[in-house]
Each structure stands twice: as structure tokens, then as C-alpha cells.
Design a protein around this ligand. Structure first.
Ligand SMILES: NC(=O)c1ccc[n+]([C@@H]2O[C@H](COP(=O)([O-])OP(=O)(O)OC[C@H]3O[C@@H](n4cnc5c(N)ncnc54)[C@H](OP(=O)(O)O)[C@@H]3O)[C@@H](O)[C@H]2O)c1
Length: 280
């Protein structure tokens, strides 16, 4: 297996192009041990970027993450998110402390605003900068921001410190290719693709199955390889099944050729006009 491919953040720091999601983890204590084991397996395979959020299982996913990274914190690039309802200055401070406690660490590597709410962006950015100064977070970014939100952010003092925008992206959700993706690529701001196998539904997709057969791969792997074909994209599939974890790592090494990409374009046409940002 080839070395895991890395992607540069605007700060210059390099992170794996393929990480691990944690949504729906921490919800069921009977699955807890399997979830911890899956994340550990993924880390062993080089998927050391872990994406979690205070929202997931009301902190439960952060607690699963804590167990998975225990004793190896320095290997991990830890991403968590603050809810828009906590995006005021004081709210961000309190939410970050609570996340740090649940994660069992003294720092979050990348702290994201989960989506835009009513708090002025400048207030949230100001709070993120204080957390950075105090060493509680190392970088910050955003999630579910459309192009106009990114433009607004770029106009705010300190807004240019944004490191990523985490958005929905998979073969069935290509709207961002029309404007947000070129906008981000031009500015060197990576996109972090969430739900890259569309919450599992692409694993059953017949159109992907035909391409998968040519590569000796599975449809989910083709979806993931397709998301990862863009050099400025980081993908964060969530997998608890150990076989899914292994296959996701292997998908990084699948090279789709021009015929595959053309077939994918026919099956999942790219956008021809602006589409509002899709969210899950
Ligand atoms: N910022 C946001 O608003 C936002 C929104 C949604 C998600 N996210 C983040 O993005 C992560 C990923 O998105 P997601 O969890 O919504 O969906 P996803 O990663 O597209 O899909 C996860 C589902 O696909 C299955 N799966 C994973 N790899 C597979 C494979 N190789 N073959 C077959 N099935 C496979 C998993 O099954 P098993 O678990 O049984 O293995 C799980 O049911 C989340 O966990 C979260 O961290 C962020």
C-alpha cells in the first residue's frame, strides 16, 4: 500500500487526504468497543485525521474519539466543531473547554463552525483567534459555507486564517463544482468532503458497480476515489465495519482513468448552473 497522500493547509501544515468521520458514533453503548476499534484500525492504516463534533451523540462521539486516540495524541490531527447556537464569544469558549474535556486533550488541531447561525461571523472568528492564542486550538475553519459565506468571511478581519470548508461532496452531490470548488481552489483553501459515500447509499449504486468491477473494487471505493481525485479535497468517510475501514484506505490508491471519469459524468452529471449548497 502506498504512503498516505498528504494535503497542505493554508498554514503550510500537511494533513492526510483521507481521514475518518465519527457521526453516529457514541450513540449506542453496545457498539462502543467496535467504534473505538474501527478508529484505531484507521489510525494504524494512516487515517490519522479524525473528524468529530460536539453535536454528535451530544458529545458521545468525542468520547469515543478520546478512547481511540489515547496514548497516541501526537499522531492525530483532531478536528471538532462548535454548534452555531454556541458561536458567540462566550459560547465558543465554553464549548471548546467541554470538547477538550471529552476528547481528553489540551488542544484541538482544527476547530470548525459547524454551520452558520445568527451570531455575527466576526464574533466567532474573534473567539477562534483567542482560542488559538491560548493554545486551545491550533487552527480554525468553517463548515457548510457557500461561496457568498466564504466571500463574507474573507472580508472580515482575521477571516483569511480559515483553513478548510467542510461540505457535502460525493458523486450524487456535485453542486459545489460550479462555483465553491473553483473559488476555494483559487485561494488554496481545501474542501473537506463529508458523506463521501452518501451515508452508505452509494455502496449499493449500480452505476458505480460497473466501474468498480473494472478495478476489482467496490462501488463505495469508487465513490471515494472519485472524491479524492481532486487535489484540494480531504475526504472523511465514517466506517465502523473493519472491512469498510480497510477498503476506504485502499480507495486512496485507486486511479480512475479518463473513461471512468466520463462514465461517472454521464451517470452523475456535473452542475451546469449555480445550485444552493446542499447540506445533510
Ligand atoms: N459538517 C457537517 O455538517 C457534516 C455532515 C455530515 C457528516 N459530517 C462528517 O463526515 C463524516 C462522514 O459522513 P457520513 O457519516 O454522513 O457518511 P459517509 O461517510 O458517506 O457514510 C457512512 C456510512 O457508509 C458506510 N460505509 C463506509 N465506508 C464504506 C465502504 N467502504 N463500503 C460500504 N459502506 C461503507 C458506513 O458503514 P459502517 O459504519 O457500518 O462501516 C456508514 O453507514 C461524518 O461521520 C462526520 O464526521 C459532517
Amino acid at each position: 500500500m502506498a504512503e498516505i497522500r498528504m494535503i497542505g493547509l493554508p498554514s503550510g501544515e500537511r494533513v492526510p487526504a483521507l481521514g475518518q468521520g465519527t457521526w453516529r458514533m457514541g450513540e449506542d453503548r453496545h457498539r462502543h468497543a467496535d467504534e473505538v476499534a474501527a478508529l484505531k484500525l484507521g489510525i494504524d492504516l494512516g487515517m490519522t485525521l479524525i473528524d468529530t463534533a460536539e453535536m454528535y451523540a451530544s458529545g458521545g462521539a468525542e468520547e469515543v474519539t478520546r478512547e481511540a486516540i489515547a496514548g497516541r495524541r501526537d499522531e492525530i490531527f483532531l478536528v471538532s466543531k462548535v454548534l452555531p447556537s454556541n458561536a458567540s464569544h462566550g459560547g465558543v469558549m465554553r464549548a471548546c473547554e467541554a470538547s477538550l474535556r471529552r476528547l481528553g486533550t489540551d488542544r484541538i488541531d482544527l476547530y470548525l463552525l459547524h454551520w452558520r447561525g445568527g451570531t455575527p461571523l466576526a464574533e466567532t472568528v474573534g473567539a477562534f483567534e483567542v482560542l488559538k492564542r491560548d493554545g486551545k486550538i491550533r487552527h480554525w475553519g468553517v463548515s457548510n459555507f457557500d461561496t457568498d459565506d466564504m466571500e463574507e468571511l474573507a472580508g472580515i478581519e482575521g477571516g483569511d486564517a480559515v483553513q478548510v470548508n467542510q461540505v457535502l461532496y460525493n458523486p450524487g452531490a456535485r453542486g459545489i463544482e460550479y462555483d465553491l470548488m473553483p473559488w476555494s481552489e483559487e485561494r488554496g483553501i481545501p474542501l473537506m468532503a463529508y458523506s463521501p459515500v452518501n451515508q452508505g447509499s452509494l455502496a449499493e449504486d449500480r452505476r458505480l458497480a460497473a466501474i468498480a468491477a473494472r478495478h476489482g473494487a467496490t462501488p463505495a471505493q469508487i465513490a471515494l476515489a472519485w472524491v479524492l481525485r481532486r487535489k484540494g479535497v480531504i475526504a472523511i468517510p465514517k466506517a465502523v465495519e473493519p472491512e469498510h475501514v480497510r477498503r476506504n484506505r485502499a480507495a486512496l490508491d485507486i486511479e480512475l482513468d479518463a473513461a471512468d471519469l466520463a462514465e461517472l459524468d454521464r451517470a452523475f452529471p456535473p452542475p451546469r448552473r449555480k445550485q444552493p449548497l446542499a447540506m445533510i
